[in-house]
Design a protein around this ligand. Structure first.
Ligand code: DGL
Length: 253
């Protein structure tokens, strides 16, 4: 048993969609949520610049004596998880677009993967698709502006709808049965997305997989806690103000 906190990291509020799932599966833990809101969005910036932001954030979480860290960000996982695992001894769990489960559920139709430009370009996702030999069933699309809308807590506005529709121009939506939400900010747009796809699409994200993996790793290493659930929030190294903390609490409740 170990009652030290678990660090959860994202560029912004997206990782809360992962934290929500983790809490369902591991309710007796203390969590430190780190949102790098001074540097969000990551997905459209140069890779080396983003790597530096990620390393600073993880250094901070390590300084808080975390017993494990979840990189609740597909973009950060794709460019930095290998480096981080070399740098630190504690378990570091990443997230990647849930391509395999989507393929298993596609039901004869195609899968559309939505992610940030970095995640789409990076080898990690490209190799995943290549190794599964599924490129003919898969299309990729980046939706970087959704990250900005999410940070403004704008999930269902006309502007959001217009942006998604514009990005989807040229795609035949009837070809797809499954949408992979390959950025942790995107589950916040599920309502708008199902409206655009006329409820005819199933959406899959990687949060359940991450929560289960974290649980297994804690169990295997005798790291599970028996705490009362507690969440502390930080924005780019500074303690989050009460107002924003309440906003975050509402997203995971
Ligand atoms: N939430 C992040 C992801 O899962 C990245 C968003 C961003 O900062 O661009 O990829």
């Amino acid at each position: 048993m170990n009652n030290k906190p678990i660090g959860i990291f994202d560029s912004g509020i997206g990782g809360l969609t992962v934290l929500k799932k983790i809490i369902e599966i591991l309710p007796n833990e203390r969590y430190i949520y780190y949102a790098d809101t001074e540097n969000v969005p990551y997905g459209i910036k140069p890779k080396e610049e983003v790597k530096k932001y990620i390393k600073d954030a993880i250094k901070f979480l390590i300084s808080k004596e975390t017993k494990a860290i979840v990189i609740a960000c597909n973009t950060a996982t794709s460019i930095a998880i290998n480096d981080l695992r070399v740098m630190y001894d504690i378990p570091i769990i990443g997230i990647e677009p849930a391509v395999k489960p989507a393929i298993e559920k596609r039901n004869g139709k195609k899968v559309l993967i939505m992610a940030t430009p970095i995640t789409i370009k990076e080898e990690k996702l490209q190799n995943l698709i290549k190794n599964l030999e599924v490129s003919e069933y898969v299309d990729l699309i980046d939706m970087p502006k959704l990250v900005e809308f999410a940070e403004k807590m704008e999930f269902e506005s006309n502007d959001v709808e217009k942006y998604i529709k514009t990005r989807l121009q040229g795609y035949d939506l009837n070809e797809y049965s499954t949408l992979v939400l390959g950025c942790t900010h995107f589950p916040l747009f599920k309502k708008t997305l199902s409206k655009i796809f006329s409820n005819k699409i199933q959406m899959i994200d990687g949060s359940l997989g991450v929560a289960n993996r974290l649980k297994n790793i804690l169990e295997k290493n005798d790291l599970k806690g028996n705490n009362k659930l507690e969440i502390e929030y930080y924005h780019s190294g500074k303690k989050t103000n009460k107002n924003d903390a309440e906003k975050y609490d509402r997203i995971i409740s």
